[in-house]
Write a new protein. Structure first.
Ligand SMILES: Cc1ncc(COP(=O)(O)O)c(C=O)c1O
Lengths: 411, 126
């Protein structure tokens, strides 16, 4: 793992004269040379619009774009690349499902509920609030329900069977929490949902970058991820859905590329996956994400998970030794990803982040786009470190030293 | 430690904030929060004859927002409203003695924006 650090140009940067220690990977990850080069090579040598020209560049660009789709299908175990829809990010994927899959279902009296968890990122909460406000009338309320989070940061599965009812339109849950790091038991949730004929969406924004993902094993019906959290460029993400569900769904956005034929009085939608890809897509982004997936697979997701478990265990052990430090989450590297949120007694998370920054250590502070969850733990803000394949134990030592400095300053 | 943001003077105000608490019968009060970081500050004023005769602030926040507000209340106490209307964000940075990084500017100015809100309320009720 040490050698691969050379692939990431940004890791050579100095911050306030110190070597960068980048521990904000849950927000976004750094990019290896291989991804940066794939994007710049595309613009320097292949750039053309896709699916529209018969000249050489257009053919090459189309091939590269569709090639990236195949790589991602393979990466998450999709049966068919046509089930891979390119979107901007996980957020857009969830909104697509909200508008094109759930909204039509909510018109039926028997589908009036949505089940989430208490640990969702705002991107798997606000789209449902928006939908609620769109389809709700005084007579027909749409109910949001939540699988509770226990004190130890894991879900309370005992409530699952009563929370899922015949009225549930969709269960939409995160695979791994961006605050607590908790890895949720998706097969268990899917089993309970499918027993009542309820489909399941998995937000894999925090899991797909860090562990092997197989949509067949998870058993879910939709899955979303963001390219920028897994070494890829910003502005590219993926929605995967089961073919039969995607085929039955109406289009999301209208425009070019998503149509088969257009008349003045109407249109006929294109086949999958293009039905959901209106307008010129983020071609360079998709190609960059393809390169990111190649990079991850070369190292192997098992190895990445193993490396992050070692780091997480090491960090937990050393953080637990600091008096006055509270960790929110399972505190068990087997049950969580390399995401650790914490507070140091008497020191605001922002001050911690500022002091760490002075040492070159990038950590996150705030509510991490999961405000209700942070408040549930009785906090206004939390500090968070999150690891990735290029982080080292030595970097964790530097972070721990920065925490000790903060204690010294604020004693 | 080279961290100029946490100068001893700032830490002193953070440890023992001045005018911290609430007034029993404030003539004017305002409350502001920064939803991005969860910082919250409330300000209580006693204004008599267009002079701030007493001031308290309360809330939760980082050292920068707490210290800046503490320093600000020392400046505000005993001054005329006309004069106080002229307080600018630069004045807060001067009090802190350091220009916060862009992501911390909001922290530094939360107390000032709360006070400005209280001034507005004062103007409206005049
Ligand atoms: C669990 C989870 N879901 C969704 C998202 C949203 O990702 P994006 O902003 O790329 O759409 C994030 C990003 O922080 C996340 O952590």
């Amino acid at each position: 793992m040490r050698k691969l650090r050379n692939d990431f140009p940004i890791l050579k940067r100095k911050i306030h004269g110190k070597s960068l220690v980048y521990l904000d990977n849950a927000a976004t990850t750094q990019k290896p040379r291989q991804v940066i080069d794939a994007v710049s090579r595309y613009y320097a040598q292949t750039n053309a619009n896709i699916h529209r020209g018969i000249h050489t560049l257009a053919e090459e660009a189309t091939e590269a774009y569709e090639g990236a789709r195949k790589k991602i299908a393979d990466f998450i175990g999709a049966k068919d690349p046509a089930e891979i829809i390119f979107v901007r990010n996980a957020t857009e994927g969830i909104n697509l499902v909200a508008r094109s899959f759930v909204a039509p279902r909510l018109l039926f009296e028997r589908s009036r509920e949505l089940l989430l968890t208490e640990m969702e990122h705002h991107s798997n909460l606000v789209p449902w609030h928006v939908l609620q406000s769109k389809v709700e009338s005084p007579k027909s309320k749409v109910l949001l329900k939540f699988i509770p989070v226990k004190k130890n940061g894991t879900l309370d599965y005992s409530k699952l069977d009563t929370l899922i009812t015949k009225k549930t339109a969709l269960v939409s849950v995160t695979h791994a929490s961006n605050v607590l790091g908790t890895i949720n038991n998706i097969p268990r949730i899917v089993k309970a949902a499918h027993a009542k004929g309820v489909p399941v969406l998995v937000d894999a924004a925090q899991s797909a970058p860090h562990m092997p993902i197989d949509v067949q094993k998870l058993g879910c019906d939709f899955l979303v991820l963001s390219g920028h959290k897994m070494l890829g460029p910003t502005g590219i993400g993926v929605l995967w859905g089961r073919r039969e569900l995607l085929e039955a769904m109406p289009p999301f956005l209208g425009g070019g590329d998503m149509i088969r034929s257009v008349r003045y009085d109407g249109f006929e939608p294109n086949d999958l996956p293009w039905k959901f890809e209106a307008g010129t897509p983020n071609i360079a982004g998709a190609i960059g994400l393809g390169a990111a997936v190649d990079y991850l697979q070369k190292i192997s997701m098992q190895n990445i998970r193993a490396h992050e478990m070692v780091l997480t265990k090491y960090a937990l052990k050393n953080m637990q030794k600091i008096s006055g430090l509270t960790i929110y989450g399972p505190q068990d590297s087997k049950k969580q990803t390399g995401v650790i949120s914490f507070n140091l007694h008497g020191i605001h998370a922002h001050d911690l982040a500022s002091i760490c920054d002075r040492e070159g250590v990038a950590i996150r502070s705030g509510h991490h786009c999961a405000e209700p969850l942070v408040r549930k733990f009785g906090q206004n803000a939390m500090a968070r470190v999150s690891f990735y394949l290029y982080n080292t134990k030595k970097e964790i030592d530097i972070f721990i030293d920065a925490l000790k400095k903060a204690k010294e300053i604020f004693k | 430690m080279s961290d100029s943001l946490y100068r001893e003077q700032i830490l002193e105000h953070w440890r023992t904030p001045q005018n911290f608490g609430k007034l029993v019968h404030p003539t004017h009060e305002a409350f502001e929060n920064n939803p991005l970081c969860g910082d919250e500050i409330g300000i209580h004023l006693n204004v008599n004859n267009h002079v701030v005769g007493d001031i308290r602030f309360y809330g939760v926040g980082c050292a920068i927002s707490m210290a800046a507000t503490s320093m600000l209340t020392e400046i505000i106490l005993g001054k005329k409203i006309e004069e106080l209307k002229k307080i600018k964000k630069e004045d807060v940075f001067n009090l802190l003695g350091v220009m916060p990084s862009p992501s911390r500017v909001k922290c530094a100015l939360l107390g000032l924006s709360t006070f400005k809100k209280a001034l507005q309320i004062f103007e409206q009720t005049e």
